[in-house]
Ligand binder design. Structure first.
Ligand code: CDT
Length: 301
């Protein structure tokens, strides 16, 4: 057995006025709870340090640079890294990244148990739109504020296994999991912020949206025989509801833990990475069963 005790640290809403320092305090409290429950890896949501700011339109997008981190760890996040090192706990969280040469990415990092950053992922599938859209009930301006990630879907040898990262909308795309699956991924970490309301289809209820969350994550796990840990930011942020429903899914595609609140909530599960072996050596033994001569269309358009 190769056990990773993973904590899915769902976060309740973060309001526009909340400081990074206040948010980091909440993240540390979740980390302490995860430690008490035996976790050695903690997974936080997408854009964990701030409210989900792409819901606001500004003409001059440079005005929004205060939502971005120019360095990591920053002064505000250093206490989180220190506590992780003290607890000997690896972590994954998302933040808005502004690079020294002026590029904006929706980013996630992975640290090892000493708090050292060992992996970085930049969101590839950016949903939403660039300009203000009067037809939507709310804006989703990720395509305005971020560039598509430029690092691809890598995996990292950490915690005795093979770990991958993706962010929010990536979880709905089979290619996300398959590219990591082809590298032998055994656990995929995904943070998200998903509005409870469909901006273009108001009659769609939250139950359908939670169903699509589960469907995407469970399918990705099963079809690649990997654990998937999907962690949301939830609740009402400045009047805008996000759903919770954070999940830990096993390599059979079955849910082993699921959040019940729309607030700060920790789920911990002992994940045996060896549970990925059966699927990877039988029905999803890619080397034996894939027929790539028929897949060209996927990358040619
Ligand atoms: N953050 C993020 O990627 N959210 C999207 C909402 C899509 S609606 C434009 C998601 O796929 O959950």
């Amino acid at each position: 057995m190769r056990i990773v005790n993973v904590a899915a640290a769902q976060m309740g809403p973060i309001q526009k006025a909340d400081s990074r320092e206040a948010v980091v305090k909440r993240m540390i409290a979740l980390m302490d709870e995860a430690k008490a429950k035996g976790a050695d890896l903690i997974v936080y949501p997408e854009l964990a340090l701030t409210t989900f700011f792409p819901r606001w339109y500004v003409e001059d997008r440079a005005e929004f640079d205060n939502w971005f981190e120019r360095e990591m760890p920053s002064a505000a996040t250093k206490p989180l890294f220190e506590r992780a090192a003290q607890h000997q706990m690896a972590m994954n969280f998302g933040y808005a990244e502004l690079t020294p040469d002026g590029h904006h990415f929706n980013t996630a990092i992975l640290t090892d148990k000493s708090g050292k950053i060992v992996g970085k992922y930049r969101k590839v599938h950016l949903p939403g739109h660039v300009e203000y859209d009067t037809k939507r009930s709310h804006q989703h301006l990720e395509k305005r504020y971020f560039e598509p990630g430029d690092l691809g879907f890598k995996v990292w040898r950490e915690l005795g296994g093979i770990i991958g990262m993706a962010i929010c909308n990536d979880r709905r795309w089979p290619e996300t999991y398959r590219v990591m699956g082809l590298q032998g991924v055994e656990m995929v970490l995904i943070g998200y912020n998903t509005p409870s309301v469909n901006a273009e289809k108001s009659e769609e209820g939250i139950e359908k949206r939670l169903f699509h969350n589960r469907l995407s994550v469970q399918a990705g796990a099963y079809q690649n025989s990997t654990w998937v840990v999907a962690v949301g930011k939830a609740g009402v942020e400045d009047g805008h509801p996000l759903f919770g429903g954070s999940l830990i899914v096993d390599p059979n595609g079955e849910i082993v833990a699921e959040a019940r609140t729309e607030d700060d909530e920790v789920l911990v599960h002992a994940c045996d990475l060896d549970a990925t072996i059966f699927g990877k050596t039988t029905i999803f033994d890619f080397a034996r069963h894939r027929r790539i001569e028929h897949y060209g269309l996927i990358t040619s358009q």
